[in-house]
Design a protein around this ligand. Structure first.
Ligand code: DP6
Length: 330
């Protein structure tokens, strides 16, 4: 069949993990070795347009106006082929995708990007996918993307079987914790030196602390989930910091070592700890990049923002709030 001709436009927020995913239980199916919990953000997002077109000879993939190449291109084509198979469509596809924040620098662009793609591709191919199916397609491309499909807080569990339908689930859907803020302090805009896929694989293969990580991460995820249910930001923040420190300890002790932190990262972490010493509720997390994200309540956001800026004047600071997840645009 050809000539589907439907255009889909979607927007999807990036998510930042409070309890980190790091390491795979099954590389081929991209199943995570540990459960994770994240917050989808309103202010950082990807917009993606997908159009099947019978006149195209090959798929055209543009990210921020440049052709997509390498690993990201392979993952996108795999998703497209899966949609073509399921919809019995042979047409090639034009995909235009844009991030309103720096790509591949540790700000979860693959999460919002693949979640947006999973939604838009299925819609353009005429597939009637549920959010769970969209989340599982996104997870196959990039596990953190499974969580971005959902608004607010979401959890991606692990699977005891090799379950290719594994998807994220929203935490307490309909009961939003609107006062929570995640303040993103951006340290430079350069792409990360080593991608998270390769870094977590290196950690799994040869960090002496990987086993300890596998034991610790589910407990920290429980603490985050329980803290969210109790609206106890100190519990969430404390478990979140321990999760990021354990993840980075595992990456740092891989061989060759993976170090995402820059001097500015540590300055910002110091600023957060100083705020806490002054009884301001603020907790840090960092991902596969040098940026620091700080969890706090809206009432403290200005004070936290000012302190981060004072500690690293070159950092761009953005106050982010819980966002809506995957949204179809007109
Ligand atoms: C540090 O989802 O990018 O952001 O599944 O290999 O694509 P792949 O990895 P990816 O890893 C994200 C790692 C993290 C933590 C997190 O988001 O949970």
């Amino acid at each position: 069949m050809s000539g589907v001709g439907k255009i889909a436009r979607v927007r999807c927020g990036a998510n930042i993990a409070l309890a980190k995913y790091w390491g795979k239980a099954n590389g081929a199916l991209n199943l995570p070795a540990v459960p994770s919990i994240s917050l989808t953000l309103a202010e950082l997002y990807t917009e993606t347009t997908v159009e099947f077109d019978s006149r195209l000879e090959q798929d055209e993939l543009l990210l921020d106006s440049a052709p997509v190449q390498g690993r990201a291109r392979e993952r996108m084509i795999q998703m497209l082929d899966r949609a073509r198979d399921e919809a019995r469509v042979s047409d090639r596809c034009r995909i235009t995708t844009r991030n309103n924040f720096p790509t591949a620098s540790g700000l979860a662009s693959s999460a919002s990007g693949f979640a947006a793609l999973a939604g838009a591709v299925a819609y353009a191919a005429g597939l009637d996918h549920s959010l769970n199916t969209t989340s599982s397609w996104a997870r196959r491309a990039s596990a953190s993307a499974a969580r971005s499909v959902f608004a607010g807080f979401a959890e991606l569990p692990t699977s005891t079987t090799d379950d290719d339908n594994l998807c994220a689930r929203p935490i307490e859907p309909g009961r939003t914790w609107a006062e929570v803020r995640l303040i993103v302090a951006m340290v430079g805009k350069a792409p990360k030196s080593i991608g998270s896929t390769e870094a977590m694989e290196r950690s799994r293969l040869n960090s002496p602390y990987y086993r300890a990580w596998l034991e610790t991460a589910p407990r920290l995820c429980d603490e985050v989930r329980e803290g969210l249910a109790a609206r106890d930001l100190a519990q969430v923040g404390d478990a979140m910091e321990r999760s990021t420190l354990a993840m980075h300890a595992c990456a740092l002790t891989a061989s060759p070592s993976v170090r995402y932190w820059q001097p500015e990262t540590l300055e910002l972490i110091d600023a957060v700890q100083a705020l806490r010493a002054e009884s301001v509720g603020a907790w840090f997390t960092t991902d596969a990049g040098p940026h620091v994200k700080v969890l706090c309540l809206a009432a403290d956001a200005h004070r936290v923002q000012d302190r981060l800026k004072a500690s690293v004047p070159s950092a761009d600071i953005l106050v982010c709030s819980p966002g809506p997840g995957l949204t179809v645009l007109p």
